[in-house]
Design a protein around this ligand. Structure first.
Ligand code: ADP
Ligand code: MG
Length: 490
């Protein structure tokens, strides 16, 4: 992706570049600090279950406008409630996904589970959502935040993000800039998310029951997951945590007399899905059967199937249509505030509106990003690649996708540190995506817990379309909050 040379650059936290010897010294320390404090991952290129690499990180925290950060934090309880209401609106989910599931097999499989559960009635009325709403600032609107997506399944990095603040605090202190620390907001994502799981465990109200993490066959983002597990074990030692793949659950899982989920003789109170959000996690019908078994069980799911479906890109697109928010939010001020974070999102369903979107995308593809119903990065089509991609699809196939206005974030400048990369790092142009975590617990009629739970910042090279941390173009970061009337540091 090319970057418009007129893109504004946010003022830096500290004056850069650093003198080379100082940069080499502090980067070396920061790498070890990262490994020793769990800002780390398993290597994809030389995997070993016995070792870790530090996770890619940004050396000095990237600037983010304070006003927009606070806006995102303040909106989270409203977004939590919105998603909870959407998840419980059978008619909305069904009509919104009707065209999509004709062509998208993965979403159709999820929807089939939903349909079967609806037909038999929900065994467990409560759901827990551990959500993450992601934002980019948009320079054409004074860097106002625009929502990139909302995650309702496997919202990750709450664990590492919490520890990254300490890493960057350490770097700033080493560099003699302890005065900057007050502008880095505290981050209690890990505690907030895990306490949410434990609140769900309390609702289940069986002292012997466990929390089950559903994991991939190989977990590269192991530290983030283990932070959650170890936090629960250390803070609530009476609650056991199990880790199982979908395949394991198929092999070992069964339902008890009251439909309790039983695994190796233990009853499961809460299921936390860190896998199951992409087709590759389902090797065969066995894994789908396991998902269905869990869904029909008495365990409280994070997410339940209706929450998973509420997080699809298609539902996000439908929510951004005029007057739709009114169905889910009562307060006109809240509707206005949430409406403002949406950017243009367009249906590609096989109808007049969808055809108009298609024509628009062919005319000015540079303004858009094309998204399928997938999570986990690397699936979208950007700008000038869109026409070819669309033309290869039939009209019906297009309804598996949505079109979205491209957001133009401001730039920051800094050092990205990644395993195996050249030392010392060089200054690069970057853009940051803010994620705000939220916890919501309730049933169809009541919400009993609803709070914002910390944040994460992921920063990518300005020239990269996407900044997947594991994929290698993104790095973990945390925000340094700047005000419009700050003095210029540069
Ligand atoms: P995924 O579910 O794969 O994470 P996202 O919708 O978050 O899908 O898109 C992946 C990445 O693509 C985002 O993290 C962001 O960097 C980039 N991206 C997505 N939508 C937009 C957009 N509208 N404008 C600019 N960049 C975008
Ligand atoms: Mg994303």
């Amino acid at each position: 992706m090319s970057v418009d040379p007129n893109t504004p650059v946010l003022r830096n936290c500290i004056h850069l570049p650093l003198p080379e010897d100082e940069l080499i010294e502090v980067t070396g320390k920061a790498k070890d600090y990262a490994i020793m404090h769990g800002a780390a991952m398993r290597s994809k290129t030389s995997f070993s279950p016995d070792s870790l690499n530090f996770a890619p990180f940004v050396l000095v925290p990237s600037s983010f406008p304070r006003k927009e950060f606070e806006k995102a934090v303040g909106l989270q309880p409203i977004i939590n409630r919105l998603m909870h209401n959407v998840a419980h609106d059978e008619e909305f989910i069904t009509t919104t996904l009707a065209e999509t599931i004709k062509v998208d097999e993965f979403t159709a499989n999820l929807f089939n589970i939903y349909r079967k559960v609806l037909a038999h009635g929900f065994t467990q009325a409560y759901s827990i959502g551990l959500l993450r709403s992601d934002y980019l600032g948009h320079v054409y609107e004074g860097c106002a935040i625009k929502q990139v997506e909302i995650n309702t399944v496997a919202s990750s990095f709450g664990g590492i993000a919490t520890h990254l603040v300490q890493l960057q605090n350490f770097v700033l202190r080493e560099l003699g800039h302890a005065d900057k620390l007050p502008k880095m907001p505290n981050n209690n994502a890990l505690a907030g998310l895990c306490d949410g799981m434990v609140k769900a465990w309390d609702i289940y109200a069986k002292p012997q029951a466990v929390i089950l993490f559903i994991i991939e066959d190989v977990s590269y983002n192991i530290c983030d997951q283990r932070f959650h597990e170890f936090y629960i074990r250390e803070t609530y030692p009476h609650i056991k945590v199990l880790r199982r793949t979908l395949t394991d659950v198929h092999r070992e899982g069964k339902l008890g007399l009251n439909k309790e989920l039983l695994l190796s003789g233990l009853e499961v109170a809460v299921i936390y899905f860190r896998a199951g959000y992409e087709p590759g996690h389902y090797h065969s019908q066995d894994e789908w059967d396991a998902r269905y078994l869990m869904e029909t069980s008495l365990a409280i799911k994070c997410p339940s199937i209706q929450y998973h479906l509420a997080g699809t890109k298609k539902v996000q697109q439908a929510l951004a249509q005029p007057a739709v928010l009114e169905r889910f939010i009562n307060d006109p001020e809240e509707i206005k505030a949430v409406g403002k974070i949406f950017t243009g999102l367009y249906s590609l369903d096989d109808n007049d509106a969808g055809n108009a979107t298609y024509e628009m995308a062919l005319r000015t593809p540079e303004k858009f990003v094309l998204k399928p119903q997938r999570e986990g990065g690397g699936n979208n089509v950007y700008g000038l690649d869109i026409p070819d991609a669309l033309k290869r699809m039939s009209r019906v196939e297009r309804s598996g996708w949505i079109l979205m206005d491209l957001i133009h974030p401001p730039l920051t400048k800094g050092y990205m540190v990644r395993p195996g990369a050249e030392m010392p790092p060089t200054i690069v142009d970057m853009v940051s995506e803010l994620g705000i975590f939220g916890v919501v617990i309730g049933d169809a009629d009541h919400i009993i817990h609803n709070y914002q739970a910390g944040h994460m910042l992921r920063t990518k090279l300005a020239t990269a379309n996407e900044g997947g941390v594991a994929a290698g173009l993104g790095a973990l970061d945390s925000p340094y909050l700047i005000d419009s009337d700050d003095e210029d540091e540069n």
